[in-house]
Structure formats: C-alpha cells, structure tokens
Design a protein around this ligand. Structure first.
Ligand SMILES: Cc1ncc(C[n+]2csc(CCOP(=O)(O)OP(=O)(O)O)c2C)c(N)n1
Ligand SMILES: [Mg+2]
Length: 273
C-alpha cells in the first residue's frame, strides 16, 4: 500500500482521471461519468494509506477489502488497480476485450487481481461487503471492508436489507461510501425515487453517518481517518459531481455510459492537465 500527502493524492487523482478516460476512449465503450465522480474517493482509499493491501499478495486473508458495488465504473477501478500494482498498466489496453489475460470485462469479476466480487447487477455490493465484514470478524482479523455505492443504486431494496443487518450485528468494520453524484443512468436520481433525506435514512437504519465533499481530498482523508463508532457500521455520504473534472461531462446524464469521440477525448485531456 502507498501513503501520499494531499498534493500527491490530488496529482494522482488527476492522472487516474486521464487514464480512466483513455481506456474508455480506446475501448470505445464504458462509463466516464461515474468513474470521474468516484476517482477522488478511490484515490484516497488506495493511495492515502487507508486501505491495507499488498498487491503482490492480493488474497492475503488479513487484507482490508474494497468493493466497487457500482461496478459499471470499472474504468476507474482498473486504472486504480494498475496504479496500485495489481495489474500492469500496459494490460489496460485489454479493457472490455473478451477473454483478455486479466479479464478486464466491462464490470469487474474476481478473476482480476484486486477485485473481490462480480458486480454489475446493482444493489448487491452492500450485502456482500457485510458478509465479508462478518467473516473477517469471525476469523479474528481487524480487517475493514469498504464498499462504494451509487446514489441511484441505493434505490434498490436489497441495500436497505443489508443496512438493517449490518446495524443488527454492530458491524463497525464495514464502511459504505455513497457516491452521491445526484445522477443515475438516464435521469436525475431524485426524479426516479428521491433518496433524501439521505442522512436521516441511514441514521434511522442504525448507522454512523458522516458527510463529506467527495472532491475535497483534505476532507475525504479526514473522514476516512476518523475512528469507527464501536457499535455501528459507518456510511460516508460523499457529495460528488458526475463527470467531475471535465466541464462538458459534469452533471450530464448523457455521459453516464458513453465513450468520448476522439475530439471530446482530446478536449477532456486538455481540461485534465
Ligand atoms: C439491478 C440493475 N438494474 C439496472 C442496471 C442498469 N444501470 C447501470 S448503471 C445505472 C445507474 C446507476 O446510477 P448510480 O448508482 O447513481 O451510478 P453512478 O451515477 O455513480 O454512475 C443503471 C440503472 C444495473 N446495472 N443493475
Ligand atoms: Mg449516481
């Protein structure tokens, strides 16, 4: 694992935004919006000394776990895994190619080193994360399990079943992060089913609730370093912007699941210099 200071993390996040867009552009498909909204959160987890991992021993039973439940944001997930040393950066050219050496499919699977679960069907990751958190606790490990959820994703009923279970078992080694970018697939999240009041909802389900600007690295690091509540699982509501960093993608449903054209890709790179 790597530990960088805030300036290093910000620089890395910028590079990872460029890398995620590159592999989506080269593949000709992918999800730029939700990759860019989650970039700062994932950068802090992997390179800010939060997540304990050893990329040369990805199955170490005592590792912390990271699950990307909103698996469509695989563009940023694979980019982070490459930067962290789980796969080679050169292998990213296989993104979304069937049967590639590292199985870099559109949604992650555990065939790729560093990926814990198959994702893609939204709503399942919190249940799996809680199962893992219970398992590591039973084994006597002090591992933590982190899971990133989408704001549209938490409209799924299974999320709230898992939320009740984690509160019942006082699973304070489980940390959910909601990438609250206010946009789902073709719609503004609120216009589908309103998830507000989001803090009160999680509190009423028995969770320790923290809220943060998900693009302010100093604040993100601060909230990730807070000691756990001894009795409760934690959820971090991260206010983010879909497509963050590329002006014409920001807040746009149109950039949920579309690769940029060459012209748009070059424009985006200029903004991410
Ligand atoms: C169970 C399920 N239903 C529908 C979809 C199709 N789908 C893919 S992404 C998406 C929107 C997700 O929105 P959000 O969770 O807010 O993700 P983000 O904004 O971070 O991209 C939907 C509906 C899916 N992958 N799984
Ligand atoms: Mg969203």
């Amino acid at each position: 694992m790597t530990t960088m200071d805030i300036a290093g993390l910000e620089k890395t996040a910028l590079e990872l935004r460029r890398l995620a867009l590159k592999i989506i552009f080269e593949a000709g498909s992918g999800h730029p919006g939700g990759s860019l909204s989650a970039t700062d959160l994932m950068t802090a987890l992997f390179f800010g000394g939060i997540l304990r991992y050893d990329s040369s021993n990805p199955k170490d039973p005592k590792r912390d776990r990271f699950l990307l439940s909103k698996g469509h944001a695989s563009g940023i997930h694979y980019s982070v895994l490459a930067r962290a040393g789980f796969i080679a950066e050169s292998e990213l050219s296989d993104y979304r190619k069937i049967n590639s050496a590292r199985f870099l499919s559109g949604h992650g699977t555990p065939k790729t080193p560093g990926i814990e679960i198959a994702s893609g069907s939204l709503g399942q990751g919190l249940s799996v994360a809680h199962g893992i958190a219970l398992g590591t606790r039973l084994q006597g490990f002090d591992s933590k399990t982190y899971v990133i959820l989408g704001d549209g994703e938490i409209q799924e009923g299974q999320i709230w079943e898992a939320a009740m279970s984690a509160a019942k078992f006082k699973s304070n080694n489980l940390i959910a992060i909601v990438d609250f970018n206010k946009v789902a697939q073709d719609n503004i999240t609120k216009d589908l089913k309103d998830i507000e009041p989001i803090e009160a909802k999680w509190e009423s389900f028995g969770w320790d609730v923290q809220r943060v600007d998900g693009h302010n690295m100093t604040e993100v690091m601060k909230v990730l370093q807070m000691p756990a509540d001894p009795e409760k699982p934690r959820v971090i509501i991260a206010d983010t912007i879909k497509g963050k960093g590329v002006s014409f993608m920001e807040g746009q449903t149109a950039w949920h699941g579309v690769a940029p054209s060459k012209e748009d890709y070059e424009k985006a790179l200029k903004e991410l210099e």
